[in-house]
Design a protein around this ligand. Structure first.
Ligand code: HEC
Ligand code: HEC
Ligand code: HEC
Ligand code: HEC
Ligand code: HEC
Length: 222
């Protein structure tokens, strides 16, 4: 009777299984590496924008407060991006003819908002709310980094579930006086840990913040 499997079939099967095992191993490494790489987290990536708006110039240089442009950050879920007339409150007087600002002038004349490309964005199945974080005293810099040093906006934190949960498990050390949330440099505060040690704990108590609740799935997935 003719042999169904040749003598080399066994060797080929072994080689195939080994190759498959190595491939799966590499795939796992790749997926894990991807999730924590800047490709996965988008940290430091900039977007093309209709106008090369610089937070470094406007915030770091001119000292304009975040809330002048992101007007709804304290009162709503969304920080909001500035309407064209907010830019024009200054640029109708300074840099009026600058080619760089052509898109802003066109937006005002044609009454169509500028279309900014988003840098920090969560998937639709995650619920986030700015106002609750701001009123409890989580500073902008904690989540968005040193915006005042960014010539072009880029993402500073991973914005992955683990990152949110790390703070929700123990928010106290991250809390600051709520009227100073837009401040970027906290080195003086950080230099006196003893003096400020109990501040966060006081806020947690005052607002009845419960970490056990803050880590429940339905807080962020509603
Ligand atoms: C409070 C006043 C003020 C507001 C509001 C303002 N700007 Fe400016 N902007 C300035 C000044 C002053 C400069 C010149 C900065 C410099 O050269 O140091 C400038 C410069 C610029 C430049 C030139 C490049 C640069 O960064 O130096 C662009 C582009 C620009 N602004 C875009 C905008 C846009 C878009 C908005 C609205 C989202 C806006 N500005 C809102 C005051 C303002
Ligand atoms: C003069 C107006 C102005 C001021 C002041 C300002 N911003 Fe912005 N911000 C903008 C504009 C315009 C954009 C959209 C273009 C871009 O991404 O650079 C933006 C975008 C952003 C984004 C990215 C949003 C996204 O998803 O793409 C963040 C985060 C942000 N600003 C944080 C801040 C913080 C924090 C401050 C205060 C420290 C601040 N901004 C002050 C005008 C301003
Ligand atoms: C606890 C973290 C956290 C803090 C604190 C925080 N942000 Fe955000 N911000 C986010 C997240 C997450 C998003 C993306 C939201 C989304 O896509 O639904 C975002 C989005 C934005 C955007 C894009 C427009 C929007 O409303 O989605 C702007 C502008 C912005 N933040 C500005 C600010 C400013 C200004 C402050 C401080 C006054 C601040 N953020 C404080 C996490 C934070
Ligand atoms: C640096 C700390 C910090 C980070 C980072 C943070 N949070 Fe929060 N979050 C808080 C605090 C503090 C509260 C207020 C809790 C309270 O008052 O009970 C809060 C409250 C919330 C609430 C409202 C809960 C309610 O009762 O309605 C949601 C939703 C939320 N966070 C989502 C997120 C998401 C999504 C992320 C990540 C993208 C995130 N948070 C990152 C500190 C943080
Ligand atoms: C503090 C906010 C927060 C809480 C609480 C939370 N999640 Fe998430 N979750 C997120 C964010 C933000 C993302 C988006 C991650 C991304 O885009 O990479 C996410 C993504 C996910 C995903 C998509 C896959 C992934 O990991 O990216 C699943 C599944 C998920 N969450 C399940 C859960 C379950 C189950 C719980 C309860 C044990 C929970 N989440 C609690 C914020 C939260």
């Amino acid at each position: 009777m003719a042999q169904i499997f040749t003598a080399s079939a066994d060797t080929r099967l072994r080689a195939f299984l080994l190759a498959a095992a190595i491939l799966i191993f590499l795939l796992i490494l790749f997926v894990g590496g991807y999730a924590s790489s800047s490709y996965g987290t988008l940290i430091g990536w900039v977007q093309d924008q209709p106008v090369p708006f610089s937070h470094q110039h406007h915030v770091g240089g001119l000292g304009i407060d975040c809330r002048y442009c992101h007007t709804s950050v304290e009162t709503s879920a969304y920080a909001g991006l500035p309407a064209t007339h907010i830019c024009m409150s200054c640029h109708s007087q300074i840099w009026t003819g600058a080619p760089m600002l052509a898109a802003v002038r066109h937006s005002l004349a044609a009454n169509v908002p500028l279309r900014w490309n988003r840098v920090s964005r969560l998937p639709d199945y995650v619920y986030f709310n700015h106002s609750i974080h701001i009123t409890r005293g989580v500073p902008c810099v904690t989540c968005h980094g040193r915006v005042d040093q960014m010539p072009l906006m880029s993402r500073a934190r991973p914005f992955q579930m683990q990152w949110c949960l790390n703070c929700h498990r123990d928010p106290a050390p991250n809390l600051r006086p709520p009227d100073q949330v837009t401040r970027m440099d906290w080195s003086d505060w950080d230099a006196h840990p003893a003096q400020h040690k109990d501040f966060g704990a006081l806020v947690v108590k005052a607002y009845g913040i419960e970490p056990a609740k803050l880590t429940q799935c339905n807080i962020c997935h509603r």
